[in-house]
Design a binder for this molecule. Structure first.
Ligand code: 5CA
Ligand code: ZN
Length: 415
């Protein structure tokens, strides 16, 4: 997609490790982004959609500046929760993963999310994971732990060894104190009680094959399957420069996932994983985080089949700042539907003036300024309201307005 005219890259983004907004620039005209993808069951709920729509704004901002974007996303197509869901419903785990990934991609297309440059499953990257875990073991930053119920050993990441030998420190990415991390670890897939670990927070790198579980060749590690954080760390580093520009995901990934993905990278390669870490807010329903494990879900596919315009879902999401937690309500969705209709009606009435483009220029400037300032989507939508109510500028080329709004916000005013 060609850039918009006269747009300079001046992006400020809130970075979790820095706990502040910092200037973020592409390198040699290339911006690189990794956003953690779905675990493919119960996709796509509004929480997922919230994360990918907000990162889509970042992609669109860069493209508007004429920057080349390398965007990688994974699909966690092998993990405990996926296997548990397949087992409890009697489905084949691969069929479940494939069908849910397909549905996710359809939902993203409907929401006008520009697809990643590379979309990769963890399963296809297992040989690269094995390589990295073997290397970490060789460097004595990984260690084996005997498993009662498996023929081979499991392998864990040694936090203390990594802290001694690398620049990474526990908490330096997710920005939590030890007490908070201890509380979050078991809630988010960690196993602090596992006997034989050196530190209760040491994360799993390689799980030795258990009977009845899917397994792959692990070289010197023996048959097994990867831990979660090493998957994303490897997928990102095999497809993006090091360090890449932004690592993204929901705020539930601050710890342990992004903390340890970054730690594994620094330990394996001696280079930081990413320059910035962005964490989107959580969408809730009825007072709780929307999540597959709680089952309190509003699915994009359900809303679509109920006849809701996907552009209204996108509008609803962009009504919120990317860092904001927010609760879903049907009322908010209806308000977003009305707001979208007002924009579309204004656009229908606009003329196609070639002589005076002040309106389109003003709108482009307002949208770019809002996005450059920590991707402030609510401010961008307010500018669109002002334009639609005729307050921004009178003379407007409708073709250009359509182009600018489509390019920057992914909203099609003509649809
Ligand atoms: N497969 C892993 C990442 S490697 C995973 O977290 N999958 S997920 O399906 O649980 O979530 C996919 C993405 O949506 C993640 O970035 C996650 O942080 C985000 N997410 C999950 N639930 C919500 C929610 N309620 N609100 C906002 N974002 C959410
Ligand atoms: Zn991930």
């Amino acid at each position: 997609m060609p850039g918009l005219p006269h747009v300079a890259e001046t992006l400020e983004l809130y970075d979790t490790p820095a706990s502040s907004t910092v200037s973020t620039v592409s390198r040699n005209g290339v911006a690189s982004l990794y956003v953690c993808g779905i675990t493919p069951y119960d996709a796509t709920h509004l929480g997922h959609a919230n994360t990918y729509v907000h990162f889509d704004l970042l992609v669109r901002y860069w493209l508007a500046c004429g920057v080349d974007v390398q965007y990688v996303q994974n699909v966690t197509d092998i993990d405990d929760p996926l296997l548990e869901r397949a087992q409890s419903t009697g489905a084949d785990w691969q069929d479940l993963a494939e069908s849910q990934t397909e549905l996710f991609r359809e939902d993203m297309t409907a929401l006008s999310v520009i697809p990643p440059t590379h979309y990769l499953g963890a399963v296809e990257m297992i040989p690269a994971v094995v390589e990295d875990v073997e290397r970490l073991h060789h460097l004595e930053i990984a260690y084996p732990v005997a498993a009662d119920d498996a023929a081979g050993d499991d392998y864990y990441f040694d936090i203390a060894a990594a802290e001694q030998r690398t620049d990474w420190r526990l908490g330096s990415v997710g920005n939590y104190d030890r007490q908070t991390m201890e509380q979050l670890f078991p809630e988010r897939g960690g196993d602090p009680q596992r006997a034989g670990k050196r530190d209760p927070l040491d994360p799993l790198l390689w799980r030795s094959a258990r009977q009845g579980e899917p397994q792959w060749p692990g070289g010197r590690l023996g048959q097994g399957r990867p831990g979660w954080h090493i998957e994303c760390s490897v997928i990102a580093r095999r497809h993006l420069p090091a360090p890449f520009t932004v690592q993204g995901g929901g705020s539930d990934l601050r710890f342990p996932h992004h903390e340890f993905s970054a730690a594994h990278a620094t330990a394996a390669d001696g280079v930081a994983l990413a320059e910035r870490y962005m964490h989107t807010g959580m969408v809730g329903l009825d007072g709780e985080k929307m999540s597959k494990s709680r089952g309190n879900l509003v699915l994009v596919s359900q809303l679509r089949s109920d006849g809701v315009d996907p552009q209204a879902i996108r509008t609803l999401i962009l009504t919120h700042h990317w860092r904001q937690d927010w609760p879903y309500t049907g009322q908010k969705l209806r308000e977003s539907e009305q707001r979208l209709l007002r924009w579309k009606a204004a656009w229908q009435q606009a003329e196609d003036r070639q002589d005076d483009d002040a309106g389109a220029d003003d709108l482009q400037y307002a949208l770019i300024s809002a996005l450059a300032n920590d991707l402030n989507a609510p401010a961008a939508l307010t500018s669109l309201d002002l334009w639609a109510s005729g307050h921004l500028a009178a003379g407007t080329s409708r073709t250009r307005v359509h182009h600018v709004v489509q390019a920057l916000l992914g909203i099609d005013l003509s649809g």
